[in-house]
Design a protein around this ligand. Structure first.
Ligand code: SF4
Ligand code: SF4
Length: 311
């Protein structure tokens, strides 16, 4: 792999073509160790970024390290300008855009809020394992986070420094409203675990509506420990399936199973998302797509109270 741990792409550098310089490779590659040895031999010291990525078993700082941009970048002489590092810092706090399966921005139909206003809140709380939050609200856990659904004000709220603050998270709002306006019963979980191909609307998930798992595969396909850390951060429970698998609860009675298989010389890494069959009772195919998209984004970004809406 010609891209260095820092993110510089040696593939497009003339110094590599002229064999004046060699690629660093990712922090997990044999190239990286060769380069460190060569640096020690020639310069008497090594690139701190490459050294650090190797030590932490991370392929690429910008993609794989939660600490990026760290002091090794901002205090060191290269490779990026302070302007670039500041931009990275700032944009990493943005909430990724909320897109539907059609890649259009998610919009929340106001009718869902009107339907909720007619519901018996204590009964709904029993169905969804939520807690009434008078007047006219309910509180539930989404992954590791407490969320308040303020039905009177038609908005979601998050706890910030002990105060509930309105949160602009359209995809979470939409899947929450779909769930709470459709849930009618609950079932024992874990008896019938299925993939998209086993769902009634299996045809929906083909072609352009495939579950959006590619970014997760890019990030964690060769870093199962990174996946374990991210899943545990979201309150996931390790389960004995695949090479690494976690049970996550976006809603208390709606489990999602994320499974990863490590790649090798013959096979690329793979991943799969499975469901409890009961998900079909409350979610149509497009809402399942949205739920997986929202949870997968949380696995990529990690929970960050400071996320703001995307620019
Ligand atoms: S900054 Fe370090 S890791 Fe990046 S290309 Fe240079 S020597 Fe390699
Ligand atoms: S701490 Fe910095 S140099 Fe080390 S792996 Fe993370 S981003 Fe790279």
């Amino acid at each position: 792999m010609p891209t260095g741990a820092c993110g510089i792409n040696c593939d497009v550098c003339k110094l590599r073509l002229l064999e004046i310089c060699s690629t660093c490779g990712s922090g997990k590659s044999p190239d990286a160790h060769k380069k460190l040895d060569a640096q020690k031999r020639i310069f008497g010291g090594t690139c701190i970024i490459l050294e650090c990525a190797c030590m932490n078993h991370l392929e690429y700082c910008m993609r794989d390290c939660d600490a990026f941009p760290c002091d090794n970048f901002s205090l060191g002489p290269y490779p990026f300008s302070q302007g670039f590092l500041d931009m990275q810092k700032r944009r990493r706090k943005q909430r990724p855009p909320a897109l539907s399966h059609n890649t259009t921005p998610v919009s929340v139909p106001p009718e869902y809020w009107e339907i909720l206003q007619e519901k018996d809140i204590p009964a709904l709380c029993n169905l969804a394992l939520a807690e009434p939050h008078p007047p006219g609200g309910l509180r539930f856990r989404f992954l590791q986070e407490d969320i308040l659904l303020d039905i009177g004000a038609s908005c979601l709220k998050r706890l910030k420094k002990g105060k509930w603050e309105k949160s602009d998270d359209p995809l979470l709002e939409l899947v929450t409203l779909v769930y709470l306006t459709h849930v009618k019963s609950f079932h024992p979980l874990g008896r019938d675990i299925v993939g998209t191909r086993d769902l009634r609307e299996a045809h929906f998930f083909q072609g352009p509506h495939e579950l959006k798992t590619r970014p997760l595969l890019e990030r964690y396909g060769n870093d199962l420990d990174g996946f374990r850390k991210a899943a545990e951060h979201l309150g996931g429970k390790a389960i004995d399936m695949a090479d690494a698998a976690y049970l996550l609860f976006p809603f208390p009675r709606v489990p999602l199973y994320y499974l990863f298989w490590e790649g090798n010389e013959e096979f690329r890494p793979r991943m799969s998302v499975l469901f409890d069959r009961s998900i079909e009772e409350s979610f149509a195919a497009d809402a399942i797509w949205g739920l997986v998209s929202r949870v997968s984004t949380a696995l990529l970004t990690g929970p960050d109270e400071t996320l703001s809406i995307s620019a």
